[in-house]
Write a protein that binds this ligand. Structure first.
Ligand code: ADP
Ligand code: GLC
Length: 480
């Protein structure tokens, strides 16, 4: 099979910039595809935080049409760690040299349409500058959704037009809404401002534009692919998906070089499914570091999450009294909505059973996955979810709601615990049952740990699926 040339257009990518799982996927899938012999390149902005990473400045200057003028960009080149996949970081300080990726404490940045026009158009202009034409442009989420639109419109008479486009939805709830009088930022004409383009409710909806123009639409789990084609979960775009012939769900994998208890450098001791002694050390170290009583017998519940409504944190808040009455400890790490941050800060100060760290902390995320016994993930909806997979890998049984990728990846009472009803009661009961099993049936608990740790979840399978899907998209694009 001929090797494919694939361009990833994405707003975050491990290790260069991260707010959530999108960055994990963007750092791992290109590497998995490159390992299969493909020519894979990733483009993202050079944010302030990205400048910490070594990269080489290329000689060319890129001119990207944004608004009424051109935004000139420096091109920095590097590789994904331990991979042949090339990364281009587009530098334009007026748009990206600031604290925060999408916004700051005051909310989303007001110029996000210009910023992500720059990314999407810049990625395509970059290809022409490098004289490298991809077979597939793989765009992710609303931030890159203009790339398929541009390929179909402003770039339709350039060499780039031969590229098929794939748009992956990592989260249907974030769509990139902007006022219509900002359309000039994109350089697109009013001819795209209609319901089969990027118009929704008389506003600009970037995700909708991408969905309408992409050769192929995908999302990150089979169950979420079904859910978002229904009015309940389609966030207003289920009709668009159906009109485009649906969406393919490819389950995310995890990056074994980063999330692996046998090699993880962040944790107190390494361990495997055949020698779990290190996990007990990790638990003791986590309890000590967080200022909890160091008690091997007390079940320790972990939480690592963006603290937003999606993640069902209100269920945790509602169930907290009952959960703490079980005599367990909780360690929480996250940042997000003010009320949730305040709730955890208050608990941190007042409860001897709860410790919380508010903010991003990569090392602590690893320590929580390794040191906890159970992991809380009662999401309202979950496109895929990576934290439940990381938990499984570290023998920390996830307690999840049976939605989206959580339903696809957790087998009840085999590799974790699942409940259906969106209620604090359902969560509390499931936690109570998991704690009961742990205390009274340790062998069963241990058996589940081993089954979780040994289930396959690397990127091998998913990267082969993407490969097949790219070839299908290329064929479809040629027929058009
Ligand atoms: P989502 O992308 O919806 O936030 P995922 O489960 O797919 O959910 O991925 C979340 C990723 O972000 C994981 O890698 C998780 O460890 C990481 N993460 C979330 N919050 C924090 C935090 N406060 N500090 C460090 N890592 C975090
Ligand atoms: C989004 C989703 C999450 C998914 C991640 C990576 O952030 O909320 O469920 O795992 O993207 O695809």
């Amino acid at each position: 099979m001929p090797r494919l040339k694939v361009l990833f257009v994405v707003s975050e990518c491990v290790p260069f910039a991260k707010t959530g799982g999108l960055a994990d996927v963007a750092g791992a899938l290109p590497a998995a595809l490159a390992a299969r012999g493909h020519d894979v390149r990733v483009v993202l902005p050079r944010y302030r935080i990205t400048k910490r990473h070594a990269a080489e400045r290329r000689p060319e200057t890129l001119a990207v049409p944004v608004g009424h003028g051109l935004a000139y960009a420096a091109i920095w080149e590097t590789k994904l760690p331990k991979s042949d996949a090339t990364v281009y970081l587009l530098e334009h300080d007026a748009l990206f040299d600031r604290d925060g990726i999408y916004g700051d404490k005051a909310g989303d940045f007001g110029d996000n349409l210009a910023r992500y026009t720059f990314l999407s158009r810049g990625a395509l202009r970059l290809c022409e500058t490098l004289d490298w034409v991809p077979d597939v442009v793989h765009a992710h989420d609303w931030q890159a959704s203009l790339a398929p639109v541009f390929l179909d419109t402003l770039e339709a008479r350039t060499p780039l037009a031969s590229a098929a486009s794939v748009l992956t939805i990592h989260n249907m709830a974030y769509q990139g809404w902007f006022k219509k009088d900002e359309l000039y930022q994109t350089g697109l004409g009013w001819d795209v401002f209609h319901p089969r383009g990027l118009e929704a409710h008389d506003s600009i909806n970037l995700l909708k534009g991408g969905l309408n123009h992409a050769t192929q639409i995908t999302t990150v789990s089979p169950r979420y692919a079904q859910e978002i084609q229904t009015p309940d979960w389609g966030e207003g775009l289920d009709g668009v998906l159906r009109s485009r012939g649906g969406v393919i769900g490819v389950l995310n994998g995890i990056d074994d070089t980063i999330w692996n208890p046998a090699k993880d450098q962040h944790i107190a001791a390494n361990f495997t499914s055949t020698d779990l002694s290190g996990k007990a050390l990790c638990k003791a170290a986590l309890q000590a570091e967080m200022g909890l009583a160091v008690r091997p017998d007390v079940p320790l519940l972990g939480l690592v999450s963006r603290l937003v409504t999606q993640k069902g944190i209100d269920l945790i808040a509602g169930a907290l009294g009952e959960i703490l009455a079980l005599g367990v400890q909780i360690v929480a790490l996250g940042s997000g909505e003010a009320w949730i941050e305040q709730l955890f800060s208050r608990l941190n100060a007042t409860s001897t059973q709860v410790r919380a760290f508010i903010g991003m902390n990569e090392a602590l995320a690893h320590k929580i996955e390794a040191g906890s016994d159970l992991f809380l993930m009662p999401s309202r909806y979950e496109p895929c979810g990576l934290n439940q997979l990381y938990s499984q890998r570290y023998g920390t049984l996830p307690i999840v709601r049976a939605v989206g990728g959580l339903d696809d990846t957790v087998e009840n009472e085999v590799t974790g615990y699942k409940f259906d009803e969106l209620s604090a009661d359902a969560l509390a009961q499931t936690v109570a049952w998991a704690v009961f099993v742990m205390r009274n049936h340790p062998a069963a608990h241990r058996d589940m740990m081993v089954r979780s740790m040994t289930k396959p979840m690397g990127w091998g399978h998913a990267s082969r699926q993407y490969e097949a899907l790219y070839r299908m998209a290329i064929a479809r694009h040629r027929r058009r």
